[in-house]
Write a protein that binds this ligand. Structure first.
Ligand code: PLP
Length: 421
């Protein structure tokens, strides 16, 4: 049976082939040389590049629309407010949230998860409770939970992974009980590329009445996510990984949770009434957006969503999958290379180690060829511990990468092996 991965099924009717060269022309960064070679940007899991339309939208905002929002009675402020709130509406439609108010603008995925951990944790987690995470989480989806668990006297329970880097789902259900207050889990692993069967995970947790907070940082740039379809209670992601600017991200949360949760930060813009005796708070989303938000970032992110809607995102997603399969096949033929993360369902990420060569050396030699990859523990040290390695080299693809870039990557890896032998 096909695992339910929270991906929308792709239409099987014949389509025009995905025109990667046309897409590449939308991204000014990609046409540069690095170290005298054409840039092959393969670090998209860290941060994706930004299309011209997003850059132009930010420029337009700064040159014609900038003012603080929600406060001014004058035209410019109202214009900025409309642009900011229309970005929220775009996000709502993009992830199919029920209401725009369920989409909170935050600084990024890290802040989104911190918001849930501290706010949900303060309200719902008590001494003796349990929080379920998995072995493949990014530190951003571990440490906030660890911190609130320490504060409250709760404990973390961990879903194990297997040698392919897949969750051991049989163990998951055994971890759930009446003390479990929340499951916090990634949709796609940034270090392994594994796509988790998120809809199934959420449905298992819901059978026990347990809410699920999904780290969607590595899913949202690669395939369509429908938060209602997967029935996520919370879904966190970053703008800069989905072709938008840095400093902006989104926490989607079901209204019923967000309304019960206390504010995460307090200050201007999030109140109904303040006296020295007592403060009452604004409704969502303002309750969770204290202070002046990243107005420019939100508008830029709205433009990134427009961009994704303007291309055939389903075709882009399929193209990217083929690229990853091609790269996996090619790298498998190089002696001494071991792929870390060989799950059946993967997105974007090709993590690997080479016998007797440190990943940082691989990264440095590839850089000399104009190829940008990431080397390190990828903020996933428990994954490195599981595979008993300190680090991996990681190439991560976006829909603007090409087969030729994969070929260059493979050639450069072969050269690295040669140098070190
Ligand atoms: N979660 C995952 C799976 C990630 O890959 C990342 C970043 O790499 C994050 C969370 C944190 O994202 P940010 O640094 O944009 O807050």
């Amino acid at each position: 049976m096909r695992q339910d991965l929270g991906l929308k099924l792709l239409d099987s009717s014949p389509k025009k082939p995905f025109d990667v060269e046309r897409i590449r022309a939308d991204f000014p960064v990609l046409s540069q040389n690095m170290n005298g070679k054409p840039l092959a940007y393969l670090d998209n899991a860290a941060s994706a590049q930004v299309p011209k339309v997003v850059i132009e939208r930010i420029h337009e905002y700064l040159t014609k629309e900038h003012a603080n929002i929600h406060r001014g009675v004058y035209y410019l402020s109202q214009k900025a407010t409309t642009a900011y709130e229309s970005a929220r509406e775009k996000i709502k439609r993009f992830i199919n949230a029920r209401e725009a108010e369920e989409c909170i603008f935050v600084r990024g995925c890290t802040e989104a998860i911190n918001l849930v951990a501290y706010s949900f944790g303060r309200r719902f987690i008590e001494n003796g409770d349990e929080i379920v995470l998995s072995q493949m989480e990014h530190h951003a989806n571990i440490i906030p939970w660890q911190t609130i668990a320490e504060e409250k006297g709760a404990r973390l329970r961990i879903i194990p992974i297997n040698e392919r880097g897949e969750l051991v789902l049989e163990e998951f259900e055994n971890l759930l009980n009446e003390r479990t207050k929340i499951v916090a889990i990634t949709h796609v692993s940034n270090s392994l590329g594994t796509v988790n069967p998120i809809k199934q995970i959420i449905s298992i947790a819901h059978k026990f009445g347990i809410p699920v907070c999904v780290d969607g940082a590595q899913a949202i740039p690669h395939f369509r996510v429908d938060v209602q379809e997967i029935d996520a209670d919370f879904y966190a992601f970053s703008g800069h990984k989905m072709f938008g600017p840095t400093g902006i991200g989104v926490l989607y949360g079901k209204r019923k949770w967000l309304e019960e949760m206390p504010p995460y930060q307090t200050g201007g813009g999030m109140i109904r009434r303040v006296t020295f005796e007592k403060t009452t708070f604004a409704p969502i989303p303002e309750k969770f957006e204290a202070g002046t938000p990243a107005i420019m970032g939100a508008i830029g992110l709205g433009a990134a969503v427009d961009y994704l809607n303007s291309i055939d995102f389903e075709a882009a997603s399929e193209y990217e999958k083929e690229l990853l399969e091609y790269a996996t096949e090619q790298i498998s033929n190089i002696e001494g290379v071991r792929i870390i993360g060989t799950a059946k369902e993967k997105a974007s990420v090709l993590s690997f180690v080479i016998e007797n060569i440190h990943p940082h050396d691989i990264g440095t030699i590839l850089d000399q060829q104009g190829i940008a990859i990431r080397a390190g523990h990828h903020c996933a040290q428990p994954v490195m511990d599981f595979f008993k390695i300190p680090a991996t080299a990681r190439a991560s693809f976006a829909f603007y990468n090409t087969k030729q870039e994969v070929d260059r990557l493979i050639e450069a890896i072969k050269k690295t092996v040669e140098i070190f032998s």
